[in-house]
Design a protein around this ligand. Structure first.
Ligand code: GTR
Length: 333
């Protein structure tokens, strides 16, 4: 075969291969969207995000493809939050505490002792108030596709068995690097130590912190229960999380697909909330079997009165006052 014929044959083989690979590949006009997630496989958030990604691929006929990056492999939360805002990262699932560092008016829903259960919170979030929050977050760079459950956060310590408000004095307590959590711990008479989520176990092991606070599923999945065996069920913050998309990336999605993304986001949120209920019970069982002891405050008045300066601050702030009034009027029975 002459050289020119061989080249022509090679070129046609290549063309067939390229055509075949295109036939198999999803018909995406854009690169896959990266979805940031701090949690491990099997965690309710991770399961719901994977289901969301599959759902989106199916209902958009492969025009929108999402790759879920779990375990915080794309970086820790304090770094990821501004990355979504700037468009460096397309999607993420964040706690509202870290998100409110970027969109201050969201602080209204993070204040301690606002809700006594998640139903109260979701009643508001699934209604007008949630829509107002969505508008604010969207203006701040985050399009909310679903409100996830962040559960009830409580304190736990390695040595100290907490039983009342006075027991907090002098303890070094790990918090997320957010204003409300830093202030909350100070008002309890302890010292807040801001540590990224992925480094908390290490901080326990090296003695950098005495205590931390989180929900039961994270207490288990992050391994904190192996070292901090004294759990104090303060449930001081009941908080949502959010599946968000960078406003920048959102603008590149066709309007018809934006509607589909919102629908899939809502479906994933409902799935997540169901999985969460189950996971809280399982987490408690795992903790009990591992020798964790649970204490519960006898009454909450002393804690709530200590939080007065924090509540006051956001009550007089025009950025949070309206939301706070709505929460107090409609959210608390
Ligand atoms: C988890 C939450 C994370 C993060 C973490 C923390 O429960 O899901 O988004 O907020 O707590 O304490 O840093």
């Amino acid at each position: 075969m002459k050289l020119c014929h061989r080249l022509a044959l090679a070129a046609s083989v290549l063309l067939v291969q390229v055509a075949a690979s295109h036939a198999q590949a999803p018909q995406t006009s854009n690169a896959p969207l990266r979805l940031w997630n701090i949690h491990p496989d099997g965690y309710p958030v991770t399961v719901a995000l994977n289901s969301f990604a599959q759902d989106v691929k199916k209902i958009t006929d492969g025009r929108v493809v999402i790759d879920v990056f779990s375990n915080g492999v794309l970086g820790d939360q304090p770094k990821a939050v501004p990355m979504v805002k700037s468009g460096e990262l397309e999607m993420a699932e964040f706690g509202l505490g870290p998100l409110s560092q970027e969109v201050k008016s969201m602080n209204a829903i993070n204040l301690p002792f606002l809700f006594s259960n998640t139903e109260q919170m979701f009643r508001l979030l699934d209604g007008d108030m949630g829509n107002q929050f969505k508008t604010r977050l969207e203006a701040g760079g985050y399009v909310v596709l679903g409100w996830y459950d962040g559960g009830a956060r409580s304190f736990y310590c390695v040595k100290k068995k907490l039983t009342g408000p006075r027991d907090f004095a002098g303890l070094r307590i790990r918090v997320q690097a957010t204003d409300i959590y830093l202030e909350l711990v100070k008002l309890l008479g302890a010292t807040p130590v801001a540590v990224p989520y992925k480094d908390v176990l290490d901080a326990f092991e090296t003695g950098k912190i005495d205590c931390a606070e989180n929900n039961l599923p994270s207490f288990i999945s992050a391994g904190h229960y192996k070292i901090a065996k004294n759990f104090f069920l303060t449930e001081h913050v009941i908080t949502p999380e959010a599946l968000v998309m960078s406003t920048q990336a959102w603008k590149k999605i066709a309007p018809a697909d934006q509607i589909k993304l919102r629908e899939a986001g809502q479906r994933s949120a409902l799935l997540m909330r169901q999985l969460w209920q189950k996971r809280v019970i399982e987490a408690r069982d795992i903790a009990l079997k591992a020798g964790v002891t649970f204490e519960r405050p006898v009454e909450f008045g002393a804690y709530i009165s200590r939080m007065k300066p924090l509540h006051q601050k956001y009550w007089v702030d025009p950025a949070t006052r309206t939301e706070l009034m709505t929460i107090l009027a409609g959210g608390v029975k």
